[in-house]
Design a protein around this ligand. Structure first.
Ligand code: ADP
Ligand code: MG
Length: 710
């Protein structure tokens, strides 16, 4: 095959032409022969199976039935007419229905002749009906039975309106295979194909489009999914290796005085084993010559902050500065206060920088950073501004990373020690990204294959699991009584309302209505209430937050601004209004605001009675488990990987055939083999690996599937 053959514009394929080419491009992104070849069927119809009428189920699936038409009638309805044929086999009767094309159908259908009908069935009363069936006589069917597994390609309304039906796409595919004689260059090595008993690329492509039987279809699917995931992993892993070789880090050789002093004298509790393990992993990174890029995952309340602090002490011990960034002002302030308290009796200089830091303070801060008098800077995005320059930033920690974009991450890189690398540029600081939104391992491997991952999978001892219940709005009075009882015991309560941008005005009204009704039921002076929402000035927010933290107010009414990180150990009840409108990870984050003290904590999910299936699953999952990783798995299944990471990054997983959730086992296999390959032949120089190198270089040049993290 001419190597450029697959790059031929799709318009040149016989039977396509410029008009259809435009539609294919707009609707399916197909521009070349190759794109068409990689349009994989969504599913297949097994045309080897025949159903009896008494076996039919109202499942919405396509089925194939053999029978005879015994009667045809036209039924008048409000708009137009429909044609109904009574279709029977030896087990029962069903209807075939047409809303268009009556005349032609009526003239061509033969009574009492065996037909095979094919289509979706619906159940009306006790009778099944099949609208607009595909049908042919049994005789013709038996003669023409060539494709047993019929592929169904992705379709859109516009495609079908323009006459590009499934049948037309199948025809194009046949034409394509005809023109290239079904031969495609191999992209995996012989040993790999043999070891995993995979079929060749040409055979896989043929059988994915024209499966000869179930077994070959399964083999084709495995081969193509493996290949797709294998190349993704190959890229991520080799990037990681390259980074470690190329980008020198600042080695933190000393364990040091401050780290030890803190560990021995000021640590307020024993570290959990998971915390110890993670600190060790990070220390290994910091001690090596490579720049650290590590993701630290730990469920809410697992104690990531103390890990962050101890790593920052390591930096200081080695003569470097450190910074900790948080996504909101409230959270940054809380980190700052918490760290200051922990460091109270130590000689470590720490400061806070946020959007509301005053100009005079700022100037002072900038100076202290530049002359190295400041050891730790805690802050919000303000830390990233160009004016903020460090003397020698050695470690940057980002809390709750999903709020930080890739661009911001790269800004951090540039804040390392200036002029210290060989080419005179900055050596990037070590980077630790912390997240409390657990990402299932499989997804993390695909998204962050280029980062190293540490997991704190253990909560500090003595925590009582939070009790979570689901209550309907109609039970509100009972819930209020419960709140009053808890307040009597000295506890504090959060009540959270959704705030979703599209309906901001409405949500705001809900919040205010809620506030008023709470004020009515919880009158002053017995009850004190704080309210915090996005429309307030930062100073007012802080003031209200502060009152709640100090225990001056018992109830905190808020929108999701309190979602991340806030720590008020005495707050033991989290009430989430319109809980069905929150995503799972958000609900889990919110729930993580309670259960931080010694008392039994509660989370009450309030909803109306009308709930979608997905909402029910979310609520049930929350009630069933407190395990963030389990919740993340469910979330991933409900929403798909793109959504989970936020729309911004959804292009990242533009996989054509593999599914990160369902093909998790194949992903592991692919990752394992990618690692083995790079160990064995890091530059892909061996002759047997030439097909891999070839395919890989082409992909890198085209960037076809690599809309990845920069
Ligand atoms: P997160 O991982 O959600 O950021 P934090 O770091 O805020 O969690 O820790 C939650 C709470 O647990 C804090 O009050 C912290 O002091 C406490 N904590 C952390 N580690 C331990 C531990 N090993 N033993 C007891 N309490 C701990
Ligand atoms: Mg935290």
């Amino acid at each position: 095959m001419n190597p450029n053959f697959l790059q031929t514009p799709i318009a040149y394929l016989k039977g396509v032409g410029p008009n259809r080419a435009d539609v294919l491009k707009d609707e399916l992104g197909i521009e070349t022969f190759k794109d068409l070849l990689h349009l994989f069927p969504n599913r297949y119809l097994d045309r080897t199976n025949y159903y009896k009428i008494n076996q039919l189920q109202p499942s919405g699936a396509d089925v194939q039935v053999v029978g005879k038409i015994v009667h045809i009638k036209t039924v008048e309805q409000k708009r137009g007419k429909r044609l109904v044929a009574s279709f029977v086999d030896e087990t029962g009767q069903m209807d075939l229905v047409w809303f268009r094309g009556h005349k032609w159908i009526k003239e061509n259908l033969k009574l009492n002749e065996p037909y095979v009908v094919f289509g979706k069935v619906n159940k009306y009363g006790s009778t099944f009906s099949m609208p607009h069936p595909e049908m042919e006589t049994l005789q013709k069917h038996q003669q023409g039975l060539k494709m047993v597994m019929q592929p169904i390609y992705p379709s859109t309304e516009k495609l079908s309106n323009k006459g590009i039906t499934n049948r037309v796409i199948s025809k194009m595919m046949q034409q394509l295979f005809l023109e290239c004689k079904g031969k495609f260059p191999e992209s995996l090595s012989g040993p790999l194909l043999e070891e995993l008993k995979m079929i060749s690329k040409s055979s896989a492509l043929f059988n994915i489009h024209f499966p000869k039987n179930q077994e070959l279809l399964a083999k084709a699917q495995f081969r193509l999914k493996f290949e797709e995931l294998f190349f993704v992993q190959l890229r991520l892993i080799s990037q990681n290796l390259q980074r470690k070789q190329k980008i020198k880090g600042m080695p933190f050789e000393a364990v040091g005085e401050k780290f030890t002093e803190f560990f021995e004298n000021h640590l307020p509790f024993d570290l959990t084993n998971a915390q110890k393990r993670v600190i060790k992993e990070i220390r290994n990174d910091l001690g090596s010559n490579a720049q650290m890029n590590r993701l630290l995952q730990g469920d809410v309340g697992s104690g990531k902050t103390i890990v962050a602090l101890m790593c920052m002490l390591l930096a200081i011990d080695n003569g470097f500065q450190a910074c900790l960034m948080a996504p909101t002002e409230i959270l940054a302030t809380q980190h700052y206060n918490g760290l200051k308290e922990l460091l109270e009796n130590m000689d470590v200089k720490i400061a806070l920088l946020t959007g509301s830091t005053k100009k005079s303070e700022r100037t002072l801060l900038h100076n202290q950073l530049e002359n190295g008098n400041l050891n730790i800077l805690v802050g919000t995005h303000a830390v990233l501004e160009d004016k903020v320059q460090f003397k020698n930033l050695g470690l940057a920690i980002v809390d709750e990373q999903h709020r930080f974009g890739v661009a911001q991450r790269s800004k951090l890189w540039k804040k390392g020690s200036p002029n210290s690398s060989e080419d005179g540029g900055a050596i990037p600081p070590h980077i630790l990204v912390m997240t409390a939104t657990p990402i299932p391992r499989t997804l993390a491997m695909s998204l962050y294959g280029d980062l190293d991952i540490s997991v704190i999978d253990e909560l500090p001892p003595g925590r009582k699991p939070i009790k979570t219940v689901h209550r309907f709005d109609s039970n509100r009075l009972k819930v209020f009584r419960f709140i009053k009882d808890e307040i009597k015991k000295g506890r504090q309560i959060y009540i959270v309302y959704p705030l979703i941008q599209e309906s901001e005005a409405l949500d705001y009204k809900d919040l205010m209505d809620g506030y008023e009704s709470i004020v009515r039921d919880f009158p002053q002076p017995e009850y004190q209430i704080s309210i915090v929402h996005g429309k307030m000035k930062p100073a007012d927010k802080d003031y209200e937050m502060e009152r709640f933290v100090k225990g001056e107010t018992q109830i905190m009414i808020a929108t999701t601004v309190i979602e991340v990180g806030v720590n008020v150990p005495n707050a033991s009840v989290m009430i989430i209004e319109s809980a069905e409108r929150f995503g799972l990870s958000q609900l889990h984050q919110l729930r993580g605001r309670v259960g931080r003290g010694a008392e039994q904590s509660f989370c009450i999910l309030m909803t109306g009675h009308k709930l979608s299936e997905d909402s029910k699953t979310r609520l049930q999952t929350m009630v069933r488990t407190n395990d963030g990783f389990e919740i993340a798995e469910v979330d991933l299944k409900l929403r798909g990987p793109g959504d989970l990471m936020g729309t911004q990054q959804s292009g990242m997983l533009n996989l054509k055939i593999a599914d990160i959730v369902k093909d998790n086992q194949i992903l592991k296999t692919a990752r394992y083999h990618a690692i083995q390959l790079l160990k064995d032949d890091p530059r892909l120089e061996k002759a047997e690996n030439a097909p891999i190198l070839n395919a890989y270089s082409k992909m890198m040049a085209n960037k076809t599937i690599w809309n990845y993290i920069s």
